[in-house]
Ligand binder design. Structure first.
Ligand SMILES: [Zn+2]
Length: 429
């Protein structure tokens, strides 16, 4: 299939591109980028008024398969990813069973090849069963296609175990993704510890539960030389720690989620369990510090922590409901509405935070809007209106913190290896 993407605003920070251009795609690859390009045979796609970006990637997604297919599957989750404008996702290992050996990684790779709407990069567990005690089969998992390692869902409580894991993972040149949460401080907390937790009468999780482990893991990354990626940072203190670490040359990257960027604990007044997440929504000052981290390069990527749950699980008292919100489908519209349309971020920065930063953090194959690269492309309609209603979602789950929002801008089309995953706003296949 040959395609001519005609007259879009083509933006790619990696090659310093921001201009109205045409792109020709043939046999899955970009073969030309320029002005007044012609195609003898094939489809021409009018991209006037659209923004053409290198395919977006989300490095923090829970696809739930195997074991929790009623919440999400590799098929439904990757369809949700395409709907949200993503061409690639990395999926976390806290499935049932936990993805902690080569055959479990192979299952995900094979399933994704058969049913995936976008590219899927499995993240393997660091420790067996994510129990924090014995190293999982790191080498076997890499051989089957694991791209990074994480016990996401909980922090590794032992610093000694984390050191051993970093020493080992480093030998493979892979990245350790840390979920920073000291359980002795987090306890049974369900919201941020502070005025709001007191007013709501709910147990709190202090910022220090995250920050002490961020500091510990940065120190261990310095000690071992392992590449460290910090998941879903939520506090001003964490951002400050990463900023200092980067300034002294530590190999550390980090991500923030749209819900921590665009919501704070004041939203919890409704006791809506869709706003219950881990780490919890923090204060307005924390939120502002995360945005400042995006602007000064401390934060490398926006990742969704897409965490689907069934209605019967979320329709419980606040303390009993599971943590998590879906995120794949609302992330880009939220970024456009709150940051791009507001003039806080440009499209160039969006490509850094949602395409290149995520790929560099985990060492994934790079994507560029340049001849010779695979045609992984996200086309954005910046003027499209999005009314986020429960039936707008493609994900199996609807536990979004943003239901009821009216947003501006969304992906209209996504190409993955030259094939449509999203076309005119509809997921293909
Ligand atoms: Zn997660």
């Amino acid at each position: 299939m040959a395609l001519l993407l005609k007259g879009g605003r083509v933006v790619d920070a990696a090659i310093g591109l921001d201009a109205v251009l045409d792109i020709i795609v043939k046999d899955g690859h970009i073969v030309g980028v320029g002005t007044d390009l012609k195609l003898e045979r094939g489809e021409t796609v009018d991209c006037a008024e659209k923004v053409v970006l290198p395919g977006l990637a989300d490095v923090h997604v829970h696809l739930r398969e195997p074991g929790r297919e009623y919440k999400e599957t590799i098929e439904s989750g990757t369809r949700a990813a395409a709907h949200g404008g993503f061409a690639a996702v990395a999926c976390m290992p806290n499935t049932d069973p936990i993805c902690d050996n080569g055959s479990k990684v192979r299952f995900i790779v094979e399933r994704a090849a058969a049913n995936g709407a976008v590219r899927v990069y499995p993240v393997g567990a660091i420790t067996k069963g994510q129990a924090g005690e014995q190293l999982a089969e790191i080498g076997d998992m890499i051989a089957e296609g694991a791209v990074a390692f994480s016990d996401d869902g909980k922090g590794i409580q032992s610093a000694g175990m984390t050191r051993i894991a970093m020493d080992y993972i480093k030998r493979f040149g892979a990245t350790l993704i840390a979920h920073c949460e000291d359980e002795s401080l987090a306890g049974h907390g369900v919201v941020n510890e502070g005025v709001v937790s007191t007013r709501m009468g709910l147990p709190g999780i202090p910022a220090a539960a995250e920050e002490t482990m961020v500091a510990r893991d940065i120190a261990l990354a310095e000690l071992t030389g392992c590449r460290l990626h910090l998941a879903h940072l939520s506090t001003a203190g964490s951002v400050a720690l990463v900023r200092e670490a980067k300034a002294r040359g530590v190999r550390v990257t980090c991500e923030v989620t749209p819900h921590h960027l665009f919501l704070d604990e004041d939203a919890l007044a409704t006791y809506d369990t869709n706003l219950k997440m881990n780490p919890p929504l923090r204060t307005a000052e924390d939120r502002q510090a995360l945005v400042a981290g995006l602007l000064d390069g401390t934060v490398d990527c926006i990742a969704t922590d897409h965490a689907p749950h069934a209605p019967h699980e979320k329709e419980l008292e606040f303390e009993l409901a599971p943590f998590g919100t879906t995120g794949l489908e609302t992330a880009l519209p939220l970024v456009i509405t709150n940051l791009v349309a507001a003039g806080t971020l440009g499209w160039t920065e969006v490509t850094n935070l949602m395409c290149h930063g995520p790929r560099l953090a985990l060492g994934l194959p790079e994507v560029r809007l340049e001849a010779g690269f695979p045609a992984d492309i996200t086309i954005v309609d910046p003027e499209a209106r999005v009314e986020v209603t429960a039936d707008w979602f493609v994900s199996k789950s609807r536990n979004s913190a943003f239901v009821g929002s009216s947003l501006l801008g969304k992906a209209s089309d996504v190409l993955v290896g030259g094939k449509w995953a999203l076309r005119n706003g509809k997921v293909v296949g």
